[in-house]
Design a protein. Structure first.
Length: 281
């Protein structure tokens, strides 16, 4: 796969992809991957209660409460300015909430810095990719795997090589991240988040700008990530991609939750159709 990375020999990974995608010492991935769709949803991983955030007089989020169950894909919809990315910033620690509480795996997140949340299993992508432009594609993943995921350098090489292959970046492993196209930067953004070994993955409009075929490939990749035991919360405007994967949908509008439930039920909701699709009942 990768014969030489950063001037040193890199052994071909011998592990199966599912093994490479898990954190060392955990068997939860195999158990979840073998389970059926209903068995995959096992308890609550993330709890949000009464989250609120304002910037001066502008109220961006107000009293948002929801749960994310282990192993599920929760899709988040809403028009521009609904507060979706701000919600991600509260979960990842990029912003502090003004009110409310967040609990991840039984541990309160309020007050924890972003790097600490990454180390306990929260990974995310950004709408605008944020690679280390002076490093190679592969080195970007190594940083995430070692500093974010806590792996040793030896463990990280085969692990990151497998992620590069999954994200169709193996042939660009030694290319400068700053020279990548927008599409490949989006792939790198996802790959870096995966390299930290998250149990909760926050995807922020990862399908934006992709062709139909690229979108289909992305859906298949996200399904594989989910089946390996990673819980996903996905903000997306490409509705058909989101509906192909999501177990549940939550809709925000002007910082408030207006709907939550099964995808078919939410999409048929008159208020959602009016706000998000511009369709009057």
């Amino acid at each position: 796969m990768l014969d030489m990375v950063a001037g040193r020999q890199c052994a071909r990974p011998q592990a199966e992809p599912s093994e490479c995608m898990r954190k060392p010492g955990t068997q939860r991935v195999e158990a979840l991957a073998a389970a059926g769709a209903e068995d995959r949803l096992d308890g609550v991983l993330l709890e949000a209660r009464g989250l609120s955030k304002s910037f001066g007089a502008l109220r961006v989020l107000h009293d948002i409460s929801f749960d994310v169950r282990r192993g599920e894909v929760l899709g988040i919809l809403g028009p521009n300015g609904a507060g979706k990315t701000t919600l991600f910033n509260l979960i990842s620690g990029d912003l502090h909430n003004d009110a409310g509480d967040l609990v991840f795996g039984g541990e309160r997140l309020v007050g924890q810095r972003p790097y600490a949340r990454c180390k306990i299993g929260i990974g995310r992508t950004y709408q605008i990719p944020r690679p280390y432009v002076g490093m190679s594609t592969f080195e970007n993943l190594l940083v995430a795997a070692t500093f974010g995921g806590g792996r040793t350098e030896a463990q990280s090489y085969a692990f990151c090589a497998e992620i590069l292959r999954d994200c169709e970046l193996a042939d660009k492993a030694n290319r400068s991240a700053g020279s990548l196209t927008l599409l490949d930067r989006k792939r790198l953004e996802l790959a870096r988040a995966l390299a930290s070994g998250p149990s909760l993955l926050l995807l922020d409009e990862i399908a934006g700008g992709l062709t139909d075929e690229e979108g289909k490939a992305l859906v298949q990749l996200i399904r594989r990530i989910r089946d390996r035991g990673v819980t996903i919360v996905w903000i997306e405007h490409v509705l058909h991609a989101l509906l192909a994967v999501a177990d549940r949908i939550m809709v925000l509008n002007f910082g408030e939750k207006i709907a939550e439930g099964q995808p078919d039920d939410v999409i048929k909701d008159p208020e959602v159709r009016r706000v998000y699709m511009g369709i009057e009942a």
